[in-house]
Design a protein around this ligand. Sequence first.
Ligand code: XIL
Length: 377
Amino acid sequence: MPPQNLSRRAFVKAAGVLGVAAGMPLLCPPRTHAESLPLNPADEDDPNAATGKVVSQATTLRGLAGKKGLLLGTAFSNSALRRDPAYGEVIAREFNCLVAENIMKLNAIQRVRGEFDFTAADAMMAFAAKHDMQVRAVPLVWHDALPPWAKDLTFPRQEALAILRDHIFAMMTHFRSRVFAWDVLNEGLSDKGPGLREEGPWFHSIGPDYVEKIYHMAHEADPEAKLFYNDFDMDGMSKKADSCYLWIKELLARGVPIHGIGLQYHVRVDQHPSPTEVTENIRRFNDLGLIVHITELDVWLPTQATAEHLQQQAEVYRQVFETALAARNCPAVLLWGFTDRYSWVPGNTGGTFDHALIYDRDYRPKPAYAAIAAALR
Ligand code: XIL
């Protein structure tokens, strides 16, 4: 089906520019997933084995990203994988990197305090290993995605520190050497102005020094691990990006082990930073010796999206990939999902925004797919 509320005609017009980018006919009625996703695993190994009917590695995003040495990732959901065979097929074909959308968060790993359940995350790791994909991990510490027991705001300081230490050590021990980068802290800065975010148990129970404590804990748990700070609304030269830059610079000067910055990059199609700004922002973090990753890219369209919106969205995706590729040290770009069938955007925006990803709900590539492929060529 065309994206909801986009007329068939508008969709066909938008889809036409894609040609056969992913080997999928676009101007025909919706097919079953099995029919619409011709896969030939042998072709993945040997681009010369392309028969013309199957998807050649040379034209998949994964193949193109691999040639550029770029990690191209997507958020991953085990439940989507179980219920929907096309989901795993597209991921394995188009991406070389995964990040758990939810199954590595505290409320998934420690539903019961002190009982670590790695089952779902291990299933993702097995999928990644089978398809030779790298895994990025989010987040060890966050004010959100808390199980009920951790919503208690009155932990004594030492108890809160012990909870975080146990969690960080358990995670980093269990997944050691299977994860190439960790977001130690997610969204630690306030949305309302300079300074730390005060919501949640960790700031509340421990105080502002919880930040440096958790980075030292993570470094102690795995001295080889790459430790990131991840946040939103700081992709370009925003006030929040400025605060983050100064804050991280100060933490580094005090010897806090931070190796990278994650720019979430959730943006609206009509409100996003310019490539020049993003370039400048990445450059200043790189100048501090930090790696930068784009960690949760999606580009939100109004629910009543038009063909023009799809073109504008493609342009934003293209710019982000070009900017990352041109940067000195931005070796990973991860999308927050790939199909509009499973996207957090409609639920998170009360239905105001949708269509944020590069495939529609029926796994047909949108103009953004071709735009990324063009940026990667
Ligand atoms: C979101 C998931 O996509 C949703 O499924 C879940 O209900 C809430 O969390 N920033 C982050 C991600 O760092 O972890 C969030 O993921 C999206 C915003």
